[in-house]
Design a protein around this ligand. Structure first.
Ligand code: GLY
Length: 370
């Protein structure tokens, strides 16, 4: 087994950083989302990233058993109560799983279970049987947009069924994953960001990007969401088709020649070769890939499992260096620097972002448990 002791030190540094975070950020209704150009950007509970601060606090409580993190996690989770009724976005899955989902896992508070079931009802209201998927966004010029990120929201549907909310939620999740498998992937198992459907016939209208550089380029975080999403779908359903898809995505990503040797992808794999585009890395995509691979290795054949472990540890080893981990008290009290949110709209470009910290902490805990 490779040396994983650096994961423990990284978790200790994270504890110090988030102790400062809790002193600096005291209003759970004003959620720090990112840090860019010297300023912290805060959002309300309705933002798609609203659950990640609570989620990071739950992970730090899990690691440290420090009640100060436990109490804070409860407070920042409670501030998201209205998300369970939000029906205008697929992101309720991200928002509730990271906060209430981890809260339920660590405390067995049954009020959290009720919120998760109701939230799944809100997400499920976006399912269209003709398309076989839940709709991602309620805005924009598309007819029925489904983005690869939406794979992550299926965990809420699986959880609701497991909690007694009804079999239909897991059925929707399986349908959505199968539809995504059919339409989002290219022959090399890379994925499009967005597939637009005709909601009346279920036919594919277009395959596009939104946050990547081109429709046919590889937006790094999209590849990461797909890897994590299909790994999670296999965990929740034990369906071998989802494991095969996750393995295909992993084999596309691990040791991909377009990913630099330190394991941290460019925000879009084409960034270094596109004229006028800065070759920026995306720490958030790296953290999501590392966390997903550490889970996928537990389902994979031995040879693949060893490669996935090596690649995940390579990523985490890089993220744990001062090149990506901020000094205590800097970086808006976030842990990781150098993520890219939405390059085409100049949003959070080379920034600290709360979901990078969340998936990094998750990956470090998975590393520590090895
Ligand atoms: N779900 C949005 C993103 O990954 O940026």
């Amino acid at each position: 087994m490779p040396d994983t002791s650096f994961c423990e030190s990284a978790l200790q540094s994270a504890v110090t950083q988030y102790q400062g975070f809790l002193k600096a950020h005291t209003n759970a209704a004003s959620i720090p989302r990112s840090f860019e150009d010297g300023a912290v950007r805060t959002v309300s509970a309705r933002d798609w990233t609203s659950g990640f601060v609570a989620g990071s606090l739950w992970y730090l409580f899990e690691y440290s058993a420090d009640q100060a993190f436990g109490r804070a996690a409860e407070t920042w989770t409670a501030a998201l109560a209205n998300v369970q009724n939000q029906t205008d976005t697929h992101d309720v899955g991200f928002m509730l799983n990271s906060s209430y989902g981890n809260g339920l896992r660590l405390t067995d508070n049954q009020d959290y279970a009720r919120v998760l079931i109701r939230g799944a009802g809100s997400l499920g209201s976006r399912f269209n049987a003709k398309v076989g998927a839940t709709r991602s966004w309620s805005w924009g010029e598309w007819s029925y947009p489904v983005i690869i990120d939406n794979m992550m929201n299926l965990e809420l549907l699986f959880r609701a069924t497991e909690l007694g909310g009804g079999a239909e939620f897991a059925e929707m999740a399986v349908s959505h994953a199968l539809t995504t498998m059919r339409n989002h992937f290219r022959a090399d198992s890379s994925s499009y960001h967005l597939v637009d459907y005709n909601p009346n016939s279920g036919a594919v209208v277009s395959k596009e990007t939104r946050q990547g550089l081109a429709d046919e380029s590889n937006w790094a975080r999209g590849q990461a969401w797909g890897l994590y999403g299909f790994t999670m779908c296999h965990r929740e359903s034990t369906d071998a088709r989802f494991l095969e898809q996750a393995l295909r995505i992993a084999d596309f990503l691990v040791d991909n020649p377009d990913i630099p040797a330190d394991g941290i992808p460019y925000f879009d794999f084409s960034a270094p070769t596109m004229p006028g585009v800065p070759a920026l890395r995306d720490a958030s995509a790296a953290a999501i890939i590392a966390s997903a691979l550490l889970e996928l290795r537990t389902f994979a054949p031995p040879d693949a499992a060893a490669r996935y472990l090596d690649f995940a540890l390579k990523i985490l080893g890089t993220l744990a260096t001062p090149q990506y981990t901020a000094a205590a008290g800097t970086n808006g009290h976030f842990i990781l620097m150098h993520s890219v949110g939405d390059y085409p709209r100049n949003g959070e470009v080379d920034a600290a972002i709360n979901y990078a910290d969340y998936y990094y902490l998750e990956a470090l805990l998975r590393c520590q448990a090895l």
